[in-house]
Design a protein around this ligand. Structure first.
Ligand code: MG
Ligand code: ZN
Length: 218
């Protein structure tokens, strides 16, 4: 019984996600679902990307948090359109929440939309939002074992970003072992390694975004 209820919820969510994606496609917006544990650097990566791309790309952000507008305020300070979703305790975003947020954005004025999910490596992987690409961010202090502990997050994503590489010399993070585990789960995934703080390694990530934007427009 319980399983059936959950399946119905997921099916309804998938239908709403497809509706969101059609809306985004009609406006030629590339949407990314950014998923990670709390503190991995989702907002920092988005802010750094905004700083580098905002002169040539119109960016907007949907910020998912259990409470507060701290991250949305940081984004808004950069002059970028942002809509806050407070889930009131909910540990992931769903397609309904994103539909409401899309209704509060000027879609004709957006090329690239970041959807920052609630910090959590578990259930965000089960709920499609209408995004074109799913990006899981993993920071070096979290350790290289996360693909084994949270495999769904890595099998469901198109890109993996290893953040805080500036801390690599201080920690026992085995980069090759991490990549082997990720590729074992998801052979086609893109892997980026960077420091959102120092900006080191950011260029391949930006090039990937620009290539995806271009292919949406082709
Ligand atoms: Mg954040
Ligand atoms: Zn959840």
């Amino acid at each position: 019984m319980k399983v059936k209820v959950l399946q119905n919820i997921l099916d309804a969510n998938t239908q709403m996600a497809q509706k969101n994606q059609r809306l985004l496609d009609n406006h030629r917006i590339l949407a990314l679902n950014i998923m990670a544990s709390p503190g991995a650097g989702k907002t920092s990566l988005i802010l750094k990307t905004i700083a580098r791309l905002k002169d040539k790309t119109r960016i907007a952000v949907i910020e998912g948090d259990i409470a507060s507008t701290i991250d949305a305020d940081r984004i808004s300070d950069q002059g970028v359109a942002v809509v806050q979703i407070n889930t009131g305790g909910g540990c992931h975003l769903d397609a309904n929440m994103v539909e409401n947020a899309l209704n509060n954005l000027k879609l004709n004025e957006i090329d690239l939309l970041f959807i920052e999910n609630v910090g959590n490596l578990v259930c965000p992987a089960a709920f499609r939002l209408g995004e074109h690409k799913r990006v899981v961010l993993l920071s070096v202090p979290e350790g290289d074992d996360k693909p084994i502990k949270y495999p769904m997050m890595f099998t469901e994503s198109e890109a993996v970003v290893i953040n805080k590489t500036d801390l690599m010399p201080l920690l026992d993070f085995d980069l090759d072992a991490f990549k082997r585990k990720v590729i074992g789960l998801n052979p086609d995934v893109e892997i980026f390694q960077l420091s959102a703080k120092t900006g080191q390694g950011l260029d391949p990530w930006l090039s990937w975004l620009e290539a995806e934007l271009k292919s949406l427009r082709a």
